[in-house]
Design a protein around this ligand. Structure first.
Ligand SMILES: Nc1ncnc2c1ncn2[C@@H]1O[C@H](COP(=O)(O)OP(=O)(O)OP(=O)(O)O)[C@@H](O)[C@H]1O
Length: 252
């Protein structure tokens, strides 16, 4: 079964009272299966942010279906969507979005604390995850004590701690140096490979994208081209650059 299914998704901004709006997503169809690691790329203004906002229910689609984990989220009320988001979707943002007043451990545990899970169960979940992500030693520090790379690993842990149906990552390497970007992408690839996490990542960065198993390029809100990795990351990187030169995906 698909974890994400988009059926003829359309988003038009400011289309009211007969005025012609801006069509940001234009009849997009997409199927993301369980355990896939999919990248979304495309030129500036192609609709990537809009797509993430629709998937996370931050914004409403004009028409079409967005089915996540069997639920058409376009049919949910605001409150239902908030609950669904908390339980079924994990996020990794470009600017980390950690809470400065909480320790790193508390930041990671937040989704479980909000769910009123048993403290022992929380500890049992957190320990192996922090070990896996190499952040066990900094668990009692606060976000302002650690590097950007460590912050993003904490954010990755928070995104997957309650085993969401899908992790949405929005330019996760955008604020990282190249070494931290490499570490983070290796971790995301490993979460995908070893823990079966389904990841959908928007990125401008061909290096980050080369860790995905497939990339969908969008342009003017439409699916333009899809490429798949053979498993050879360097060859996929070259393929991505080639696709970008055809489509024009270089950031402006
Ligand atoms: N709130 C809004 N109101 C009106 N038009 C919008 C709004 N948000 C985005 N748009 C328009 O929708 C189109 C898609 O924008 P979007 O931000 O989704 O592109 P993007 O691919 O994320 O771009 P970038 O790579 O620069 O972040 C653009 O033409 C943009 O100007």
């Amino acid at each position: 079964m698909g974890v994400i299914k988009l059926k003829h998704l359309v988003k038009v901004y400011n289309a009211y009272k007969g005025a012609n709006g801006v069509t940001a997503i234009d009849g997009l169809n997409l199927h993301v299966g369980k355990g896939e690691f999919t990248g979304i790329m495309g030129p500036s203004g192609s609709g990537k942010t809009t797509l993430l906002n629709l998937l996370s229910g931050v914004d409403k689609a004009t028409s079409g279906e967005i089915v996540i984990d069997g639920q058409d989220i376009t049919k949910l009320s605001k409150d239902q969507m908030a609950l669904f988001r908390r339980g079924r979707i994990g996020y990794i943002f470009q600017d980390f979005n950690l809470l400065d007043s909480l320790t790193l451990k508390e930041n990671i545990a937040l989704p479980l604390i909000l769910d009123k899970r048993d403290p022992q169960e929380i500890e049992a979940k957190l320990a192996p995850l922090m070990e896996f992500l190499g952040i066990q030693d900094v668990r009692d520090k606060y976000p302002y004590h650690i590097s950007g790379g460590q912050k993003q690993r904490v954010a990755a842990a928070r995104a997957i701690v309650n085993e969401p149906a899908v992790v949405l990552a929005d330019e996760p390497t955008g604020n990282l140096d190249s070494k931290s970007a490499h570490q983070l992408m290796s971790i995301l690839a490993s979460l995908n490979e070893n823990m079966g996490s389904t990841i959908l990542m928007v990125t401008h960065d061909p290096f980050a994208a080369s860790f995905c198993k497939r990339i969908l390029f969008i342009k003017d809100g439409k699916a333009e081209l899809e490429i798949r990795s053979s498993g050879d990351r360097k060859a996929f990187f070259d393929k991505i650059l080639e696709a970008q030169s055809v489509i024009g995906g270089v950031p402006v």
